[in-house]
Design a protein around this ligand. Sequence first.
Ligand code: GDP
Length: 174
Amino acid sequence: CGYVAVLGRPNVGKSTLMNHILGQKVSITSRKPQTTRHRILGIYTDDDAQILFVDTPGIHKKEARSINRYMNRAASSSMVDVDVIIFVVDGTQWTEDDELVLEKLQQTNCKTILFVNKVDKIQDKEQLLPHLAKITERFEFDAVFPGSALRGDNLEPLINQIKEWLPKGDLFFP
Ligand code: GDP
């Protein structure tokens, strides 16, 4: 089955991304279904794939003493039992909390995707390149997608890439 964890500091656009992929009807509410380790964000289904998107359980932003600590724990717990990690960053803003996740990602052996969000806000797309280079020289992602969760730009290639990596014919709901 396909478990995909969505990771990233607050405000980078994780919920927007999920809402776009899973359809606008999916709302992320306070009572969340959980697997043993993960909070389920939703299940993407099409003719030939089912992808279970998960968040990190037991971590509440407000409870964490610092954002730094939150990101650290979120990154560690996403690494358990998932096939793919999508690390969402804000293309207009790279912070130390993002850096922290890069270090954590060194420990994972699942597939990793860098989704560089909010590129609709960037007038000169060339500006993205040094930004991206800085990230990818520290950690080699299996795939990188610049896009816009808000406008839905470049989300189809993202889904197709995930589908390619997931084991075939192993569905949650036959
Ligand atoms: P989360 O905390 O990571 O789940 O972030 P949200 O999905 O709540 O998004 C935070 C803010 O960024 C919201 O105001 C969104 O409307 C905005 N946002 C998310 N994705 C995009 C995008 O692709 N482009 C722009 N311009 N804004 C975005």
